[in-house]
Design a protein around this ligand. Sequence first.
Ligand code: SF4
Ligand code: SF4
Length: 313
Amino acid sequence: MSQDKDRALKQAADLEEHPDAPSTTVSRRRFLQGLGFAAGVTAAGVIPALITAAPSAGNESEAAESGSGAPGGEENPLAEIIENDKPVNYPGKPVKYADPAGDQKWAMVIDVKACVGCRKCAYACVKENNIGRTSGFTYIQLLEMEPGEINLETANANYTEGGRADKWYLPVQCMHCAKPTCVYGCPVKATWREPDGIVVIDYDKCIACRNCMITCPYYARHFNWVEPEVPKNEINPKVPLEEKAAVVEKCTFCIQRTRHGQTTACTEACPVGARTFGDLNDPNSDVSIILKTRRAFRLKEELGSEPVIWYVG
Ligand code: SF4
Ligand code: SF4
């Protein structure tokens, strides 16, 4: 692995020095992927150790704001490549979104007492966000648990029927953490937190190392092992599709909708109103009012990643 990495770094440096070399016809992302630069470690056993190795709460906000991929003050070995890279608009041409508005901070509250585990939110999300129909993942996972139990690792994500009175259901997705450990895990600054709190990925910059998948404590990121396939008549032109091949993707809080005054597709699709999306900075928004008036909790709060999805129930 480390030999592969050294070789990849050396050849990436050569690429910088010799811009006319034949390999420049291949994008840097594809080039690094082709060299097997990716760590690709997804074994569940590795995850807890890396989570505890993530920057501790309190000294990480600077890194979060800058999107630094080098926690602990270590020099990022890819710094030169990042520095010289051309800026790319998130999340890849030709799709462009509005800039974040003023002082909004997006958040979501999910009422687990109301949720019936029907997965309509997940299906709406698949359609809205051009998730490949054969990719084998959804941004939203529904976990079925026994009453009184809360354990993400042992919950049943493969139940066939929701709505069971003897179970409860927990929707889980990217939490758009204020201190996102996924951002610290990215060596090429392909992912960052926007001023309105949305954690985004630049598909053109992602080199498929999948470190962010390991450093996310919520298993919220997914790798496209196959070209995302969406039936032609179901493609959402407001969301990238081809750009997502061989990169990591995840929930974007429906940036293509929420930056344009709409709510998220999952919120809209939920038949029981279990989801509320809104602006935390607005004291009169529904999310602010719920958080002021009801007891709420967040998942794995002790890790200090400060997720902005709260649960009530
Ligand atoms: S849930 Fe995971 S992917 Fe989403 S912001 Fe937090 S650490 Fe990053
Ligand atoms: S659509 Fe609503 S009720 Fe159905 S699983 Fe999603 S959050 Fe729960």
